[in-house]
Ligand binder design. Structure first.
Ligand code: TTP
Ligand code: MG
Length: 348
C-alpha cells in the first residue's frame, strides 16, 4: 500500500510564541536570540524576515538591518512546553510520530484521510495554542518535508505521487536530504546544480564518488525514500517526588513511597499512551546533597511492578542508606509511543 506521511513544521516558532503572549508584538519584527556579543539569531518573525534577518545571523547584524525590531532572549522552557503540547495534538491522529526538532514532526497516517487529518491538526493547533503550522503531505518523509516548506507560513501542500519527479526537477541539489554545503560544492564540480541534473547523472559514478550517500541522493532525486516514520522517544519526562516532613532512614518506609510513586507514574504513562525506557531515582540526603541513579530498560514498559522493583533495586544498591533521607523521587525520561495501543494486562 502507498504510504501517507504528514510533516508538520511550526511557523517562526519561538517568535510566534512571543507574539502570541505579548499582543503588542503582533505584526512587528520580533527577533529571538542570545544576548552575548557573539550571539546569533535563533529565529525571526515573518515581519522581521522582510528586513533580511534569518536564523544563525549574528544578532549585531540583525540590529543593523532592523534597529527598531523587538529583540528578545530565548525562553527555552516555554518553547519546550509548547512543543510538548503540539506533539500531544499529533498523538490524537497517529501513534506513529517522529519529532525531528522542537517544532517539527512526521506522522504516518497510511490508510487514513491525510488531508482532513492535516486540516484538523492545523485547526487544533490554532484553536488550542493560537499558533500556526505549515503542513506537507506526500508518500514519504523526504517529500512530505519538502511539501511543508512550499506555502509557509500557515501552508498546507500535498505532493501527489505522480507529481513528485517534476516537482523535484528544478530544485537546487541542496534540497536533497543530506546534501550540505560541502557536498553541494562537490556536486557542483561535477556540473550538478539542480535535482534534474542528479536524475540524469550516472548512478555508478555517483556511487564511486560518494559511496552509499551517492545512491541515497540518486534515490531522493526521484523522490524515493523508504525510511519509516520512527516512533519516537518523546522529549518529555514525568516524575513524582516527596520531601518528607521528617528525614527518613527506614528502608521499609522508603520502599512504600517508591511503590506509591510507581503506581501513580504507571497510571500517568497509560493515560498518555507512553512507555518508559529510562527510570531515575533521586535522593536528597539530610545534608541537602542530591544523588540520582538511572536504569534504562531494553524493553520499554508501563508496568508498575517492574517500575517498582527497578526503583527499589536502584535505591538499595546505589545510594548511601546509612544517611538520613530528606527527599525521594522517581522520574521517567526517554518516553516512547508504542506502535500498538497499550494492552492493559491488569486493572488500574
Ligand atoms: P525552524 O523550523 O527552522 O524555524 P522557524 O520555526 O522559526 O521558522 P519557519 O517558519 O521557517 O519554520 O526552527 C524552529 C525553531 O528552532 C526556531 O523557532 C528557533 C530554533 N532555531 C534555532 O535556535 N537556531 C537555528 O539556527 C534554527 C534554524 C532554528
Ligand atoms: Mg519551524
Amino acid at each position: 500500500m502507498d504510504r501517507a506521511i504528514i510533516h508538520i513544521d511550526m511557523d517562526a516558532f519561538y517568535a510566534s510564541i512571543e507574539q502570541r503572549d505579548n499582543p503588542c508584538f503582533k505584526n512587528k519584527p520580533v527577533i529571538i536570540g542570545g544576548r552575548s556579543k557573539r550571539a546569533v539569531v535563533c529565529t525571526a518573525s515573518y515581519e522581521a524576515r522582510k528586513y533580511g534577518i534569518h536564523s544563525a545571523m549574528p544578532m549585531a547584524k540583525a540590529k543593523r538591518l532592523c534597529p527598531k525590531g523587538i529583540y528578545l532572549p530565548v525562553n527555552m522552557d516555554k518553547y519546550k512546553r509548547e512543543s510538548r503540547k503540539i506533539m500531544n495534538i499529533l498523538g490524537r491522529y497517529s501513534k506513529i510520530i517522529e519529532p525531528l526538532s522542537i517544532d517539527e514532526a512526521f506522522i504516518d497516517v497510511t490508510g487514513k484521510d491525510a488531508l482532513s487529518i492535516a486540516k484538523q491538526i492545523k485547526k487544533d493547533i490554532k484553536n488550542e495554542l493560537q499558533l500556526t503550522a505549515s503542513i506537507g503531505i506526500s508518500a514519504n518523509k523526504f517529500m512530505a518535508k519538502l511539501a511543508s516548506d512550499v506555502e509557509k507560513p500557515d501552508g498546507l501542500t500535498i505532493i501527489k505521487k505522480e507529481d513528485i519527479i517534476n516537482f523535484l526537477k528544478p530544485l537546487p541539489v541542496s534540497k536533497l536530504w543530506g546534501v550540505g554545503p560541502r557536498m553541494e560544492r562537490e556536486l557542483n564540480k561535477l556540473g550538478i546544480y539542480i535535482v534534474e541534473d542528479v536524475q540524469k547523472y550516472n548512478l555508478d559514478i555517483l556511487i564511486k564518488k560518494f559511496g552509499k550517500k551517492g545512491k541515497e541522493i540518486y534515490n531522493f532525486s526521484f523522490g524515493i525514500d523508504n525510511r519509516p516514520v520512527e516512533t519516537h522517544l518523546v522529549s518529555q519526562s514525568i516524575g513524582e517526588e516527596e520531601t518528607f516532613l521528617k528525614d527518613i532512614n527506614d528502608i521499609g518506609i522508603l520502599c512504600k513511597k517508591l511503590r506509591i510513586f510507581s503506581i501513580n507514574l504507571s497510571n500517568k504513562l497509560v493515560k498518555k499512551g507512553f512507555l518508559v525506557k529510562t527510570i531515575t531515582v533521586k535522593v536528597k540526603y539530610s545534608d541537602f546533597t542530591v544523588e540520582t541513579r538511572s536504569f534504562t530498560f531494553s524493553i520499554p514498559t508501563y508496568d508498575s511492578n517492574i517500575i517498582y522493583e527497578t526503583s527499589k533495586h536502584l535505591l538499595i544498591s546505589k545510594f548511601n542508606l546509612t544517611k538520613n533521607i530528606r527527599l525521594l523521587g522517581i522520574s521517567f525520561s526517554n518516553l516512547i509511543y508504542p506502535h500498538d495501543p497499550i494492552q492493559l494486562s491488569f486493572e488500574i
